[in-house]
Design a protein around this ligand. Sequence first.
Ligand code: ZN
Length: 198
Amino acid sequence: MADAPSDPLTRLVHHLSRLPGIGSRSATRLAYHIVRDGSIASDLAEALVLVDEQVGRCSLCCDISASDPCKLCLDPRRDSSLICVVERTQDLRALERTGEFRGRYHVLEGALSPLDGIGPEELRISELLARIENDVEEVILATNATVSGDATALYLSRLLKPLGLKVSRIARGVSVGAELEYTDSSTLLRALEERREI
Ligand code: ZN
């Protein structure tokens, strides 16, 4: 960042406030806390460097992973004919917590939102299409039950159905406006089981 302030504390506040959900007031509070407790700064710095160096993205499913391909993509017990498409890594983790889904995943890294400048090019759609070969039979669209999640599901279904695939959407067991990440496992499992072809 070329315009990062040179004063160390101001610089820390500047970078913390770049995180989602952290305004300048929260960033300042966190920065003071880090300064007051000397052990946090070095632990945090070390953890950040390790994440930066060792954690990347799986080139197949686009999930955050320390290895490429990730463990899930390499697991031979997983059903390659079934791909569950989610918006974010957190959604994948939520579905994994149900312990029932045995297919594979694809992480889009967001949802279509024209007002925020997020179009198909900003999502991992070309990576998804590159996987739709060979043995994929069904794609489950498990984007959030929000306006942008629904728009993304509709867009993907129009893209995928002409390829001769079964395309399904998770059921509305997930309440309208809800994000998968915050939905309990039993509700998620039901939504997955009651998915409908679209
Ligand atoms: Zn993967």
